[in-house]
Design a protein around this ligand. Structure first.
Ligand SMILES: NC(=O)c1ccc[n+]([C@@H]2O[C@H](COP(=O)([O-])OP(=O)(O)OC[C@H]3O[C@@H](n4cnc5c(N)ncnc54)[C@H](O)[C@@H]3O)[C@@H](O)[C@H]2O)c1
Length: 357
């Protein structure tokens, strides 16, 4: 396999997860890391044995030859850094979201097309074995026709020092964690056409690192997606959940069975599959562990893209899907504020089931 030259931007918490994952791949040559925190990035590069450090993205783009930029900076910097990289003719993998605004993300994808490169974004859960198991079960009609699904994700909310931004504008439980379920359920059921929603701030003040902060972002969101053909999914995302059953985070209900997924949608776990109709032709629940042979971790998206670039394999993930998810999340807030059903204009190549497995 040829090696793809990769540069990472941002050496924070998430880089600690991404970098070792990138470095274990035979398709990756990690050539540089860039962060304005001079001492921090030097020490990060020493620890992870990365040859070059930069403190400015433009300088790195001008000085260094590489094929894939991995953007792990705070959310407001995603769009400006993605734009610079695409303008310089580099492929980009970006942590969620591609941009904070749908129109801006649309422009970035158009720019990528114009420059003959690609922009992809987290979440990567459609490449997880659990997602692929479910997608193939749906495609083969294992549970009949699926018209209804739900997913719930959240916690009591981040509280560690430095986590205040989760509660500021642009943060909130939908953008932080609901994004995984919106990706998973649109990935399984197809693009959404409309959304209705309720969303609000349940807890107006939080204590972060010993300091009381005012909460500006919604910490309790419920939305219903219309996927067309009378297929509806219900998603809840909150920072107000003290506890939640881990075996019922996502459920797809078919006319001849059901699938439930364990674990949160950022790292899907065991699958329970029921074949049958409980009232007319009862079946039984069977449990599958698709991730056992092929472990999946949420930070594997950039490595997967580098491997696709190296082998020429068409990725299951697409910038169009990440854009669609961003439009849904923005429309959810609009729907909640207006009380109206909001039409979704974007779409993405679907279905996402691969042949293997
Ligand atoms: N923390 C999590 O649990 C988590 C999980 C999944 C995804 N994410 C996403 O990953 C991204 C990064 O999160 P994080 O927790 O690593 O944040 P972080 O604050 O720990 O790290 C961000 C890094 O970006 C650097 N940076 C700031 N401006 C820069 C610039 N102009 N050029 C280059 N680097 C710059 C900062 O100095 C910092 O080192 C965010 O979009 C976040 O939503 C976070």
């Amino acid at each position: 396999m040829r090696k793809v030259r990769v540069a990472v931007v941002g050496s924070g918490n998430v880089a600690e997860k991404y970098v070792p994952h990138l470095q274990q791949s035979p398709a990756v040559e990690l050539v540089a890391i860039c962060d304005p925190r001079v001492e921090h990035v030097r020490s990060f590069a020493r620890t992870h044995k990365i040859a070059q450090t930069f403190h400015d993205v433009e300088q790195m783009l001008a000085a260094l030859d590489f094929e894939l930029l991995v953007n792990l900076t705070p959310m407001p910097l995603h769009a400006p850094i993605n734009r610079k990289a695409l303008e310089a003719g580099r492929n980009v993998w970006c942590e969620k979201p591609l941009a904070t605004d749908f129109a801006e993300a649309q422009e970035l994808l158009a720019l990528a097309r114009e420059r003959g490169v690609n922009l992809w974004g987290a979440p990567a859960n459609p490449i997880s074995p659990a997602f692929q198991f479910m997608a193939r079960a749906l495609a083969t009609g294992a549970i009949g026709q699926v018209f209804a699904a739900h997913g719930i994700i959240g916690s009591s909310g981040p509280a560690w020092p430095g986590s205040a931004w989760f509660y500021q504008k642009g943060g909130g439980s939908l953008f932080d964690v609901g994004v995984y379920n919106v990706t998973l359920l649109t990935g399984l059921l197809g693009p959404a056409r409309n959304v209705i929603a309720m969303s609000g701030t349940a807890i107006p003040q939080r204590i972060i690192g010993g300091e009381t902060i005012s909460v500006e972002a919604d910490d309790n969101t419920a939305l219903i997606l219309d996927h067309g053909h009378t297929v509806y999914s219900v998603i809840q995302a909150g920072f107000v959940y003290g506890a939640q059953r881990q075996d019922l985070t996502v459920q797809l209900l078919g006319t001849a069975g059901a699938i439930s997924m364990g674990g949160y949608a950022w790292e899907p776990g065991a699958i329970s599959l029921y074949r049958g109709d409980q009232t007319k032709a009862p079946g039984k629940w069977e449990t599958f562990q698709p991730a056992e042979q092929q472990p999946y971790v949420w930070q594997s998206g950039a490595t997967y893209i580098a491997e696709c670039l190296a082998t020429g394999i068409q990725p299951v993930l697409s910038g169009a899907h990440a854009l669609h998810v961003l439009e849904i999340m923005q429309a959810t807030h609009q729907a909640a504020e207006s009380g109206q059903r909001i039409a979704i204009t974007s779409s993405f190549p679907w279905p996402l089931a691969t042949q293997e497995g």
